[in-house]
Design a protein around this ligand. Structure first.
Ligand SMILES: C[S@@+](CC[C@H](N)C(=O)[O-])C[C@H]1O[C@@H](n2cnc3c(N)ncnc32)[C@H](O)[C@@H]1O
Length: 349
């Protein structure tokens, strides 16, 4: 009996600790957001600094900033030396802007726009609407893009994630034989840039809303592929510019409800050669049965994110098949990648 009590006692400690970590997980989002927003990683990249120096450079309250720095040490973003100066760790260096693999944009996006939206998860679950009371995703994008600072954060956050995903896509999927590809809703063009760099004979079109195009031009120029790119502004609900051998849509269809997704896919089908062209979605495929694995957690987390942010969703293979059929396409194959994203290949029906 005593044994049993002890055993269940220790289980309860483990369960309580695990749940407490989940319940309070949001503290890390805000701690990293504030560090990124204040430019702490950039300041420390220039050399170790004391609390006082950091407070002076950021304009923050010195005692409060010291407490934030303590938290950053606990999170392994910095270490504190014997002289009391903070130094950035290898992990923390990925919070810097403009370093390969930077997650600074994502830190700003999660602690800013998404933080506010996730506060409405209960409303979304109760009503079936997104965090903006069911506003059409077009209005959500328009409001992001109407505010140039927020738009830059969002577009940079997409670059952060897409650069990492693109590497895994290129390892898993052969783009050989595609002479001209359109990156539909390509953002700054992280996916297109990676594909063009890997396939030097390919030409590309970056297609997105007008306000995204200047940032895309700079990104593609910095990536050295601008001479092989055309940048076209417009809405994928009006048309997708063709002719092309492939349309690539990375993290697009999951933003939209079914009817709107069918409109986009139909316009892609019109843009590609129906005999040999392909429509390639780069998205998560929601497993038919969920298991408590890291990959499945990423899929469900992405799905809830879409629920609050735009009213879109992550879809199962069957749901993708049905969407393609309605758009005059056929699901040909699903190619998994190491990032958990899949290349979902559709061809003419
Ligand atoms: C989630 S982001 C994905 C960006 C990029 N494909 C990536 O994964 O890095 C969605 C993109 O769709 C674009 N978009 C939204 N509505 C659009 C429309 N009606 N026509 C064209 N692009 C649109 C946005 O500007 C944004 O760049």
């Amino acid at each position: 009996m005593a044994e049993q009590t002890k055993a269940s006692g220790s289980n309860s400690d483990v369960f309580q600790a695990k749940l407490m970590e989940m319940v309070a997980a949001a503290w890390t989002t805000q701690t990293l957001y504030v560090a990124a927003k204040l430019g702490v990683p950039e300041l420390l990249a220039a050399g170790p600094l004391h609390d006082g120096e950091l407070a002076q450079a950021t304009g923050a309250n010195v005692r409060s900033l010291a407490r934030l720095m303590r938290a950053l040490v606990a999170l392994e973003i910095c270490i504190i030396g014997p002289d009391g100066k903070y130094q950035l760790t290898a992990l923390g260096s990925y919070l810097r802007r403009d370093v390969p693999g930077s997650v600074r944009g994502m830190a700003l996006h999660w602690g800013g726009q998404l933080w506010e939206m996730w506060g409405h998860l209960l409303d979304s679950v109760m009503t079936g609407r997104n965090a903006r009371s069911g506003e059409d995703p077009s209005a959500v994008f328009a409001s992001f893009m109407g505010d140039s600072e927020q738009a830059a954060i969002f577009n940079q956050a997409m670059v952060n994630i897409t650069e990492a995903v693109a590497e895994t896509v290129l390892r898993a999927y052969d783009f050989g034989g595609i002479a001209r590809a359109v990156d539909v809703g390509g953002g700054y063009g992280a996916m297109l840039c990676a594909v063009l760099r890997a396939y030097p004979a390919m030409r590309g079109v970056l297609f997105d809303l007008p306000q995204v195009i200047p940032g895309a031009r700079k990104y593609l120029d910095d990536g050295g592929v601008l001479p092989r790119c055309e940048l076209i502004e417009g809405s994928f609900f009006d048309r997708v510019p063709g002719p092309a051998n492939a349309c690539i849509l990375k993290s697009i269809i999951h933003d939209w409800p079914d009817d709107r997704s069918v409109e986009i896919l139909h316009n892609c089908a019109m843009a590609v050669n129906p005999a040999r062209g392909k429509v390639l979605l780069v998205e998560h495929v929601m497993p038919a049965r969920i298991e408590p694995t890291a990959a499945h957690r990423r899929a469900v987390h992405g799905d809830l994110n879409m629920m609050v942010a735009t009213g879109g969703c992550e879809r199962t293979e069957e749901e993708f098949k049905a969407l393609f059929e309605r758009a005059g396409l056929r699901l040909n194959r699903i190619v998994p990648t190491d990032s958990g994203y899949c290349v979902i290949e559709a061809v003419g029906a």
